[in-house]
Write a protein that binds this ligand. Sequence first.
Ligand code: NAD
Length: 260
Amino acid sequence: MSNVTYDFDGDTVIITGGSSGIGRRIALDFGAASATVLIADIDEKPGDGSEPTHVAIEDAGGTAAFVETDVSDPDRIAAVVEAARDYGGVDVMVNNAGTIARKGVLDATPEEYDRVQAINARAVLLGCQYAAADMIDRGVEGTILNTSSISSEHSLHDHISYDASKGAVRMITRTAALDLAEYGIRVNAIAPGFTATQLSASGPEGVREAVESGEIMKPVPIGRAAEPEEIAAGALFLCSDAASYVTGEQLYVDGGYQIL
Ligand code: NAD
């Protein structure tokens, strides 16, 4: 067994939803790989009381900053990409911020559906659009990574708005990859399975217990939830030169869940 290391020295990486969970781990790993990291999140602090991601990266000797952003507001996504110009411009865009709703086809509301699409899907499209426009303007052949989910293809009871949003992420990734290939910009998605984060443990009573006890993971062939670093490992691969011929791909990091 050996660990893979990457070198993103000279690259500026934007990570939406980088304050906690999967996005935080991706951000920390980009920081450790010498990237300049911009955390774009609605909340600066992770929910578990640990120090903000950008502070953790700087404490470890890296370069990072926090930009308060609500990705459901298109203008604020544009502002994050603009802010990256102060750091040389965006080279890697990670559209990762996400929310969840636990309602089914009979009780989902238009308001809930629109809220989830705005954060999980529309923000991914706009993150691709604004980052790609900036890369093209600067003549940079950058990379874009979107956080999808096993839910992009597999239905869970009472997750209809979430599942629809992740299905959209999968197709936004493929179509953006097609449109941007001529500019040398690669677009891929990472599709986590059940991962131990605030998002997976939130929700109605019973869901948290099911995640923490492992009950919810029973159908997963590997038989456990993912750790955020396992998702981040796939994320850095897709954004690195090691994946230079990979675009429009969705990489499952799900313990084999999609096999079922
Ligand atoms: P998390 O709750 O730990 O992190 C989500 C982050 O997004 C938080 O820092 C939050 O503040 C931020 N965020 C939420 N709404 C935002 C908004 N409007 N604007 C800006 N930032 C916002 O959750 P996580 O599990 O790390 O989720 C990260 C991504 O992974 C999401 O896209 C999620 O759908 C996806 N995912 C998670 C799992 C899982 O089991 N945890 C599985 C598959 C996919």
